[in-house]
Design a protein around this ligand. Structure first.
Ligand code: SAM
Length: 199
């Protein structure tokens, strides 16, 4: 799917506007998203980490405390400004996750959390980019709300409602498989999973 201009501009403007309140909003309304970040940081060892769509840099601040070299990419300058405050010696770039301005195999860990579920996001293209910039033997991890297990009527209603917004769940397992990777899946809750592959 071609990245469309209007959703991209809308996304950038929206995140610029909400960036000062984003952390409070997440804590209050999406605590599982916070747990997802913490769980991913627990699995990071040494070396470098790139957080794709890093937002306000909460994950990178935790990784920095563990001694990792921190890199963050995001489309929103407002979100990046918050991230730079949390990790002053981090390396941040304002860019799209469809064309990351990094070399092949540059990072030991490439992660994305709470970032790929938007309706207009082409997950396959983003995962291809994440795998490209990950070193051989390195890890790509995402924490997202997957399409799987939409069992009950309430679940389906929620999914239908979400499909009207920027938060439509996606089939991450299927996308990894089309890229010929079989991810390890950790279910933090029925609707929030971590997918991890070693390159
Ligand atoms: C819900 S926030 C998640 C932020 C952070 N990863 C977290 O766990 O809180 C989604 C982020 O994706 C970024 N984003 C959306 N579209 C993007 C794109 N095309 N390229 C890079 N970042 C993008 C937004 O600016 C925003 O910071």
């Amino acid at each position: 799917m071609k990245e469309r201009n209007s959703p991209r501009i809308w996304t950038t403007k929206t995140y610029n506007r909400i960036s000062p309140y984003y952390d409070r909003f997440m804590k209050r309304f999406f605590p599982i998203g916070e747990i997802g970040r913490e769980r991913i940081v627990e699995t990071l060892t040494t070396g470098s980490v790139l957080d794709v769509a890093c937002g306000t840099g909460t994950l990178l601040a935790m990784a920095h405390d563990k001694g990792l070299r921190c890199f963050g990419l995001d489309i929103s300058g407002g979100m990046l400004a918050q991230a730079k405050r949390k990790v002053p010696d981090g390396h941040f770039l304002q860019a799209s996750f469809y064309q990351m301005p990094y070399h092949e195999g540059q990072f030991d860990h490439v992660v994305a959390t709470n970032a790929l579920s938007g309706t207009f996001i082409d997950v396959k293209k983003v995962l291809e980019e994440m795998l490209r910039v990950c070193s051989s033997g390195g890890c790509v991890s995402i924490a997202e709300w997957p399409k799987a297990l939409q069992g009950s009527f309430m679940d389906r209603l929620l999914v239908w409602f979400a499909s009207l917004s920027e938060d439509a769940p996606k089939d991450y397992l299927g996308v990894f498989r089309t890229l010929e990777y079989e991810p390890e899946v950790e279910m933090l809750s029925k609707k929030f999973h971590i997918f991890r592959v070693q390159k």
